[in-house]
Write a protein that binds this ligand. Structure first.
Ligand code: ZN
Length: 120
């Protein structure tokens, strides 16, 4: 794997990947600064391009993690119906940490084993 992809097929779905030099542009609404963003509806992944390949791959794998947790319904919640906001927000935080740990581990293994992630 030599380059940051413009498309990625994840479990049968093809996602277009866009890179932005401005963190505000990563947010489709342009309101918040994001490292990455994924829309399941439009199948679009948006990544902040800060020129650092480790960081960009980390962001990309992070968004792939969100795709996977969504496709496996890991971020669905039975408590949603109970409107238990505290539990919902705890679950969201847990999933965010899990997804980020997953992403960081993948990128670390790739970089530590000198898999080529140095081109765009
Ligand atoms: Zn996230």
């Amino acid at each position: 794997m030599n380059s940051l992809p413009k498309k990625l097929k994840i479990l049968g779905y093809t996602y277009n990947i866009l890179y932005f030099k401005n963190m505000l542009e990563v947010d489709p609404d342009g309101k918040e600064e994001f490292w990455g963003h994924v829309s399941q509806l439009t199948k679009q992944i948006r990544i902040y391009d800060n020129g650092d390949y480790f960081t960009m791959w980390h962001s990309l794998w992070h968004e792939v993690g969100h795709v996977i947790t969504t496709l496996f319904h890991l971020d669905d919640s039975e408590v949603e119906e109970d409107n238990n906001e505290k539990l919902m927000s705890l679950k969201a935080k847990y999933i965010e940490k899990m997804v980020d740990a997953f992403a960081l581990c993948i990128v670390n293994v790739c970089f530590d084993n000198k898999l080529e992630f140095n081109k765009k």
